[in-house]
Structure formats: C-alpha cells, structure tokens
Design a binder for this molecule. Structure first.
Ligand code: COA
Length: 264
C-alpha cells in the first residue's frame, strides 16, 4: 500500500520508516503522500497507541526535501508545496497519540523539520541536524523557521539557519533539540522503552498533555500583522523560487559543485 515508507505495528507501537536509502530518504511527493496516509492510519486505527518515525539505512534519517523536484516550481507551486508540508507535519504535531522521532543519521532541511514536528526526539551518536536550505538560496519551508525557534530559542535558530551549519548528536542534546543520545544499535530499543512507559499511562491524559503543550508554544510572536509565522514562511519559501540564486543553488547541488550566489 505504501511505496516509500515501511510500516509495522508491534505491541501498539507503529513504526514508520522512511525508505529511500539511495537518496538519503529525501522527501519527494510520494513520501509526503505516504506519511500523510500513515498519519491518517494513526488517527483511525485503535490498535495504534504510539508512533516511532525513523529512516532506513545507516546514514540518514531524512536528508531534506528532494532537491531534484525543485527545478521547475513556480512561486505559487512552491508556496503550495510549503503549505502541504506544513499541514502534513502539523498532523504529526497534533496527533493525539505520542510520536517520537528516532533520528538515525542526517536530519537535514525537511528531515530536521520532520523530526521537530514529532513530540520529541532521540538520536543515535552519528546523527547530524541542520537547516542548510540557505546553501540552495532557500529557507526552511515545512515549519522549520517556527519550530526550530520554539525548540532552541531565537539566537541559535537564527545562527543555524543563516550559517547552514550542522550540529552533531551531543550539540543537539545540549541545545535540547533531542532528549537522549544512544548508540545506533540501541536507538529503536530506547524509543520502544520510552513509548512502553507512556503507553502504560492514561491515553486521554496523554492526548491532553500533547494538546496543552502544543498550545503553550504557539506564542503571540508566531502571529504578526495578522499572519502566522507559518503563513509568512510559506510565502517567503515561494518568493525564493523567483530568484536566480535559488536556481543556481539547486542546480549546483545536483551538479555536485559549489553555488555562486549573485544576490538576484
Ligand atoms: N534531495 C535529493 N537528493 C538527495 C538529497 C536531497 N535532499 N540528499 C541527498 N541526495 C542524494 C544525492 O544527490 C545522491 O544521489 P546520487 O547517488 O544519485 O548522486 C545520494 O542522495 C547520496 O548523497 P551524497 O551527497 O552522495 O552523500 P554524502 O554522504 O556525500 O552527503 C549529505 C550526505 C546528506 C551531507 C548530502 O547528501 C547533502 O548535503 N544533501 C542535501 C541536504 C540539503 O541541502 N537538504 C535540504 C534540502 S531543502
């Protein structure tokens, strides 16, 4: 039924594994559709009590949106893509059942945004996090400008997005981007242990905690001039697609060379 993710359910824990290891599990249209449907299954299926999202292979959780798909997007198509990403990731964030990201390698761009949409994150020692979109003449478009700021604070969020620098597992722990760091072998074991504890508690109370905590981080600062930060992000993501620098950035990545930005 799914083409780009693997799913299985054991003891109430539904594991979603993004499965494009030859492309570092990059998020293309099909992956989005599959995650969307899998989350519908989470909401619908009473056998599912909690969720782990992870990536297949040993290198990547998800290395971002699929840059190859960006080539011919117009401003409005890019904005629609951003909105679609935001809506699907909000479905994860607002899931009444707990969702943990088990980050098993690179979590870059849309991958970091996917992890941040989960209720909390644990990672293996080889994990690396970052929002490197600016290298492509772009900005995060799936909620990253908002959620990174909520999670690690304004200054660090600005720095990571503006420098495109990655942080390793221990820095991610210090920044409170992840709650625990484990060995690669223990990552899913640790995620399962945590979810078993949560599953032993009252499910309605758990869903209320998710709702209340999510409400707490929707601060006034996310709403300016009548627009939410998410709306602004989608519009700005679209604006980037009207620039020559974005064309240069994405082409340079696919041609495996350094981008030369001109500011237009
Ligand atoms: N979109 C599309 N393809 C991607 C991708 C992405 N976000 N990330 C990796 N890939 C592809 C590469 O093009 C390569 O494909 P190929 O084998 O057909 O040439 C394959 O995955 C392996 O990646 P490669 O770059 O060769 O691996 P690496 O170990 O040298 O580097 C990364 C790993 C993650 C550091 C590097 O792939 C990278 O920087 N990816 C892009 C990250 C990014 O900018 N994400 C934000 C997107 S908005």
């Amino acid at each position: 039924m799914y083409t780009t993710i693997l799913t299985h359910i054991e003891n109430g824990i539904f594991t979603i594994t993004i499965n494009r290891p030859d492309k570092m599990n990059a998020l293309n249209k099909e992956v989005f559709t599959d995650i969307d449907s899998a989350m519908d299954e989470v909401y619908r299926n009473s056998e599912i009590k909690s969720v782990i999202i992870t990536g297949s292979g040993s290198k990547a959780f998800v290395a971002g949106a699929d840059i190859a798909e960006f080539a011919n997007y117009t401003h409005s198509e890019a904005m629609a893509l951003s909105k679609r990403g935001q809506v699907i990731f909000s479905k994860i964030e607002n899931s009444p059942k707990p969702v943990i990201a088990a980050v098993n390698g690179f979590a870059l761009g849309g991958g970091c945004e996917l992890a941040m949409a989960c209720h909390f994150r644990i990672c293996s020692e080889n994990a690396k996090f970052g929002q490197p979109e600016v290298n492509l003449g772009l900005i995060p478009g799936y909620g990253g400008t908002q959620r990174l700021t909520q999670l690690i604070g304004k200054g660090k969020s600005m720095e990571l997005q503006m420098t495109a620098q990655m942080v390793d597992a221990n820095e991610a722990l210090q920044l409170k981007l992840v709650n625990h760091v484990t060995s690669t072998e223990n990552l899913l074991i640790k995620a399962t242990e945590i979810l078993q504890i949560i599953q032993s508690k009252a499910p309605i109370a758990i869903s209320k905690i998710i709702d209340c905590v999510n409400t707490a981080v929707l601060s006034d600062s996310a709403f300016t001039n009548g627009k939410s930060g998410f709306d602004k992000e989608a519009e700005s993501f679209g604006d980037c697609f009207n620039t020559e620098d974005m064309k240069e950035g994405t082409t340079a990545f696919l041609e495996k060379r350094k981008a030369i930005f001109k500011g237009n």
